[in-house]
Design a protein around this ligand. Structure first.
Ligand code: URA
Ligand code: SF4
Length: 250
């Protein structure tokens, strides 16, 4: 391989890394294929994947979730809340269920807890647009009551499908119901947080592909108990380290 082609490969690799880090879906840098060989193909493939992922998420939302009546929560909702962000995100946050504001706006984590989540994401050196934010349940439980087991069961295939399309490197479960549901456990969030667990896409522990999952406190809980914020920041720093993001001070 010539020096020039090595340099071009190195430059493209760097761009790919940066794009991936930032969750960008930009068009690939134009380089002569003869020089760059398979690297251009890889970059083009990634852009195609981004389009595919976005399209697949859109179809899942519009064809399955929006009209869903698989559980009783369909009766009280204003609209479903699919979740939003990058279709190729390296990091996905999963909360419990839409609240009042989310039900009204059709977006995940846009109320007061959502504002704190935004701060947490920004403190990590990221933005809401480059991660993906969603919930276990896509419809608001009346009066924000805890989700029932049958509702979680009815809705869980949508989350699994979302996560298998996005295929993130790390998941963060926000709060006890999300963590317990995703990890199939009755352990408390206080016991679960602070270390990575495996989330199995199949829904069955030990079966098929898994994604590292960090459980942490829900931002709504942190609003009530601000002294616990430092623990969540420790959890998020572990997530940053796992993603190769520079760990900063809060
Ligand atoms: N709480 C959640 O768990 N999810 C939201 O989207 C908002 C508040
Ligand atoms: Fe369907 Fe989930 Fe909404 Fe229940 S909560 S109606 S399963 S989308």
């Amino acid at each position: 391989m010539t020096d020039v082609s090595q340099q071009v490969r190195a430059a493209l690799r760097q761009q790919l890394k940066t794009d991936r880090l930032l969750g960008l879906q930009s068009a690939p840098m134009q380089m002569p294929a003869a020089v760059t060989g398979g690297v251009v193909a890889d970059t083009a493939q990634r852009s195609a994947d981004a389009l595919d992922n976005g399209e697949r998420l859109r179809v899942l939302d519009e064809s399955s979730v929006q009209g869903c009546t698989k559980c009783g929560l369909s009766e009280g909702r204003t609209q479903t809340v699919f979740g939003q962000g990058s279709a190729t995100a390296r990091l996905v946050f999963v909360g419990e269920a839409p609240g009042f504001e989310e039900d009204r706006q059709g977006k995940a984590f846009v109320g007061r807890a959502g504002q704190l989540l935004t701060k947490m994401i920004v403190a990590m050196g990221l933005s809401r647009e480059e991660v993906f934010i969603c919930n276990v349940l896509k419809c608001r439980p009346p009066g924000n009551r805890d989700p029932h087991a049958d509702e979680i069961l009815a809705c869980s295939s949508y989350l699994r499908e979302q996560l298998s399309i996005i295929d993130p490197e790390v998941l963060v479960a926000l709060g006890s119901p999300a963590a317990k549901t995703l990890l199939n456990t009755a352990q408390s969030i206080g016991k679960l947080r602070g270390r990575f667990h495996d989330y199995f896409l199949s829904g069955e522990t030990g079966v098929g592909k898994s994604i590292p999952l960090m459980p942490t406190y829900h931002p709504a809980y942190l609003l009530r108990s601000p002294s616990e914020k430092s623990k969540t920041w420790e959890d998020l720093q572990m997530v940053m380290a796992r993603l190769g993001l520079k760990v900063k001070r809060a």
